[in-house]
Design a protein around this ligand. Structure first.
Ligand code: PLP
Length: 376
């Protein structure tokens, strides 16, 4: 049996929507399907304002522009994350200050944030790893006390909650990904959520090359002009049409993905009971959104051997993230602090195949092969 790590799910109706979008006359950005996607997030989840982008990386760059971060300003972010969080602020000249994760969950430790704050700190980045919510009350309280902005990286966090609030709607800004490995996908794609009133209109101009074109399209101004800095962050409406086909059936997609998550959780419980591995720890205020499933092993060599064992059995498990603080690019700039939880998670996490069409018998096969590894 061969089980890939990921298989993007594109409903066949997506093709029809692509054609409709091409024929509608608005295949550039901010057309009919873009607006439908925006409405979906605003109506379904109560987001204040969202803007589709071409990736979560782009949404993070927009967030960085909106925070008006200046060279020398400091950004506190986890080291256990995707490099786009770091690049977005580095491109504006910010100084990166990496924080460790909690001991049991690979999300940023609020107690660490507090210790790293200096008069130059401006922004905190909270990454909801695997859709498990960061401790947002603590983070927002710290931010308010020190007058900082919070950006939630909700790339994994579609339809995930913290105390009934959708992730991405709690901080000043939130960023989402619709990359092919995420719950909902348009191949490449992303979204910025704008929750902070002063950012509402500026976000729209940064999105469209620093112009007020969106206001012009709504008939609010006679012509559109260059009014701010910005870039081209908006996706083609054809991609929005692809995304829309998935949003229309998000309940079905989410039901299946959550089922797969709990199926892994259930089937792996006896191996956890024997002390071979740990399943994810779900924080009290977090929810499971079926974004990805990971296990943690006792040490790096066990993890690497198990990875090998699964790969040779046709099961494409994967590892991530290499810590950013000790990455080839950043290691010389890091202040030398040890981030032990980050290193441990990076060394011991194994991600198992996870996609909409993953079959029950494939999950059973994967679990069986993991069990065999520990028996031998
Ligand atoms: C996937 C991912 C991103 C980047 O998303 P793109 O849409 O590929 O730019 C950012 N942060 C996290 C945590 C991710 O998993």
């Amino acid at each position: 049996m061969k089980i890939p790590f990921n298989k993007p799910y594109l409903p066949v109706t997506a093709i029809g929507y692509l054609i409709r979008s091409a024929l509608s006359g608005t295949i550039a950005g901010n057309g009919k399907y873009t607006k439908r996607c925006h409405n979906f997030f605003e109506e379904q989840f109560g987001f204040r304002k969202v803007l589709l982008t071409t990736s979560c990386t782009d949404a993070l760059e927009m967030a960085s522009l909106l925070t008006t971060i200046q060279p020398g300003d400091e950004v506190i972010l986890p080291s256990f994350t995707f490099m786009s969080n770091a690049n977005a602020f580095l491109l504006r000249g910010a100084k990166l200050v990496f924080a460790d994760t909690l001991e049991q969950v690979p999300t940023i430790d609020p107690a660490q944030i507090e210790k790293l704050i200096t008069p130059a700190t401006r922004v905190i980045v909270a990454v909801h790893y695997s859709g498990l919510a960061c401790e947002m009350d603590e983070i927002m309280t710290i931010a308010a006390r020190h007058n900082l902005l919070v950006v939630e990286d909700a790339a994994h966090a579609f339809e995930a909650y913290y105390k009934d609030e959708p992730l991405g709607s709690i901080g000043h800004l939130g960023t989402f990904s619709f990359h092919e490995t995420k719950n909902i996908t348009s191949g490449e794609g992303g979204m910025l959520s704008v929750n902070h009133t002063p950012f509402l209109s500026r976000a729209e101009s940064i999105w469209e090359k620093g112009t007020n074109r969106a206001a012009f399209q709504r008939g609010e101004v006679d012509s559109y002009r260059w009014i701010d800095i910005g870039s081209s962050f908006l996706p083609s409406d054809a991609l929005a049409a692809l995304l829309y086909t998935q949003l229309r059936r998000f309940r079905q997609i989410q039901r299946r993905r959550k089922w797969i998550w709990w199926e892994y959780h259930e089937q792996l419980s006896h191996l956890e009971g024997k002390g071979y591995l740990l399943r994810p720890v779900i924080p009290e205020q977090a929810t499971v959104n079926g974004s990805l499933f990971y296990i943690t092993l006792k040490d790096k060599s066990t993890r690497d051997d198990l990875l090998n064992h699964l790969n040779t059995n046709g099961i494409q498990a994967v590892i991530h993230y290499f810590p950013l603080h000790s990455s080839p690019y950043f290691i010389k700039q890091h202040d030398g602090r040890q981030l032990p939880n980050t290193d441990r998670f990076s060394d011991t996490i194994l991600r198992l195949p996870f996609y909409y069409r993953l079959k029950t018998k494939e999950i059973a096969y994967i679990v069986k092969k993991i069990g065999e590894f520990f028996k031998s």
